[in-house]
Design a protein around this ligand. Structure first.
Ligand code: FES
Ligand SMILES: [Fe+2]
Length: 344
């Protein structure tokens, strides 16, 4: 039976603390999980014109996505083929007709071909055609742009299908702004917290007044965990629908917009959350209410996750049992990690 350990006939336990505290485990996760996954890097409307770009980092590999002259988007490693300088140094901008390295000024066409190795001088055998920017695979779904280092990824539409089923298409809401929050915990501690509503009454009293947390349920399908928590009134800020897509994308649906969330492991004990807000521009009051609620919930989650991280590092915690009623998605997450990483 799900949730019961077949060997002990007792509840399945949480993961051992070493999975959250061991730098070696974190390094292995980068290769086994994050380098193989699609990552949300932005939205098409963040780069509407030729030469517009946005940048991100994929499991430690800096990338840039740039709008081409033919209107398509292309992704490159943001690493110059000369001596590893950056082509762009900011998160979003416009580069004109070419990407120019910030170090010695090599100039690349938007499609990645080296156009000019500035003032390089004569070097026998040097052929600019040998130095094309390394491409990165990108895919779009509902205007959201994803990238991956996986050479044979599943189509992004397949990955996002489950989360899209009950999520009304909000692509009319343009990108509003982005904010980041750092949390001093392992990424898995934050994800586990994301995957259950059990903590809502204790940790989020404001949210608890907005949604019926007694009816909170999470359903898993493929690589997605979808949360339903019915709003208690039609004026609720949240729509009561959240989605999480393995391993680092959160979809937070509000009445008049959506906040797309990237969960990025920075080190074994630090996680960065990037919140990308897409919102109906005519709904200023609702946008402010959404930001206020989002900040409140984030601060509460940060506080509890940082406490948990300290306690996992204390060296005395023995894994406790998981609730089938409330923590089915945490069990599912741990199963995936046990299979992929061999965690106990
Ligand atoms: S590192 Fe890019 S031009 Fe030198
Ligand atoms: Fe929470």
């Amino acid at each position: 039976m799900a949730g019961i350990d077949q060997d002990t006939a007792k509840p399945v336990l949480a993961l051992e603390p070493s999975a959250y505290c061991d730098a070696g485990a974190y390094e292995r996760e980068r290769d086994a999980i994050f380098k193989k996954s699609w990552r949300l890097v932005g939205h098409e409307n963040m780069a509407p014109n030729s030469g517009d770009y946005f940048s991100d980092s994929l499991a430690g590999v800096p990338i840039v996505v740039v709008r081409q002259e033919d209107g398509t988007l292309k992704g490159h490693h943001n690493i110059c083929r000369h001596r590893a300088g950056p082509l762009v140094a900011d998160s979003k901008g416009h580069c004109g007709k070419e990407l120019t390295c910030k170090y010695h000024g090599w100039r690349y066409a938007l499609d990645g071909r080296l156009k000019s190795a500035r003032d390089f001088g004569a070097v026998e055998g040097f052929d600019p055609r040998d130095y094309v920017l390394t491409p990165v695979t990108i895919g779009t779904w509902r205007g959201f742009v994803f990238a991956t280092l996986n050479e044979r990824p599943a189509p992004i539409a397949d990955e996002m299908q489950a989360v899209g089923e009950d999520w009304p298409d909000q692509t009319v809401a343009p990108f509003a702004f982005q904010r980041s929050h750092n949390i001093a915990c392992n990424w898995k501690t934050y994800v586990e917290n994301y995957l259950e509503g059990y903590h809502v009454p204790d940790v989020h009293p404001g949210l608890d007044k907005e949604v019926d947390s007694s009816a909170y349920r999470v359903e898993m399908k493929d690589a997605t965990a979808v949360h339903y928590a019915p709003p208690l009134s039609k004026d609720a800020v949240y729509s009561g629908y959240w989605g999480w897509v393995w391993p680092w994308v959160g979809v937070n649906v509000y009445q008049y917009g959506v906040m797309m969330e990237r969960i990025t492991p920075i080190s074994v004990c630090e996680t960065r959350l990037d919140y990308l807000y897409f919102f109906d521009p005519d709904r200023h009051d609702e946008l402010n209410a959404m930001i206020a609620m989002s900040d409140e919930v984030t601060n509460e989650d940060k506080m509890i996750c940082e406490h948990v991280a300290k306690n996992l590092n204390a060296g005395t915690y023995q894994p406790g049992p998981l609730s089938l009623k409330h923590e089915n998605a945490v069990l599912w997450f741990h199963d995936r990690l046990r299979q992929l990483m061999g965690y106990k």
